[in-house]
Design a protein around this ligand. Structure first.
Ligand code: ZN
Length: 218
């Protein structure tokens, strides 16, 4: 049975990284709605023009339009054997539409909820540094600069980007938790396969291996 894997995880949880690793390990396409939206807007497709007009006016893209864009992608031949959804669904009506669409086509829905404590995310993102001159990115834990607090290329003192400030990271985490709680509740109640996965231990490859095992258990 072809599987539709739906990935959830707060900003900073490594959800995008996991989606890519899973796509590789399972040989399935990684369907990122963020990427699809950007591609439509860049190509100036009919859907892209609609999305851009809505976003430019400060509005939210309606569920019906988001669903149409996703449907167009999922109907392509490379998705016939299954796929990994990243960034969708975001609302209850989107989740309900997706459930119906998958059910009609005989896909098995597997929901993966990557759990990472907010303190760990604050720590991970708080360790990011950037060079204000050349834009090089560092992480004091995973990818530290050679000379303490300055850029390897041009010796400019590194800064923390405004987006990575602790208060901003906490706000994003809380907004995600608020918006996603009803969706996760819906999936917990309705999805036959719902997996909470520890996204904080074992490193990216170890976490991906655990998810692959869970998905393959069937
Ligand atoms: Zn630099």
């Amino acid at each position: 049975m072809a599987r539709a894997i739906v990935m959830f995880g707060p900003p900073g949880s490594g959800k995008g990284t996991q989606a890519v690793l899973l796509a590789d390990a399972l040989g399935l396409p990684h369907v990122s709605t963020g990427d699809i939206f950007r591609a439509h807007v860049q190509q100036g497709s009919e859907l892209g023009l609609q999305v851009r007009a809505i976003l430019n006016s400060g509005g939210l893209v309606p569920d019906e339009l988001v669903n149409r864009i996703v449907e167009e992608r999922l109907a392509r031949p490379d998705c016939a054997g299954g796929f990994i959804l990243d960034g969708y669904p975001r609302t209850l009506p989107q989740a309900q539409w997706l459930g119906g669409w998958l059910g009609e086509r005989g896909f098995e829905q597997v929901v993966v909820n990557l759990e990472v404590d907010s303190e760990i995310i604050v720590g991970r993102i708080g360790a990011r540094r950037q060079c204000p001159r050349c834009g090089a990115s560092y992480n004091l834990v995973f990818n530290p600069p050679k000379n303490g607090a300055v850029c390897d290329r041009d010796q400019t003192p590194l800064i923390t980007r405004p987006d990575d400030q602790e208060a901003v990271v906490r706000q994003r985490f809380q907004a995600y938790a608020r918006q996603t709680a009803p969706l996760l509740g819906y999936f917990r109640d309705t999805a036959r396969r719902f997996h909470d996965v520890d996204g904080a231990t074992g490193g990216p490859d170890g976490i991906a291996r655990r998810i692959v095992e869970l998905v393959r258990q069937g």
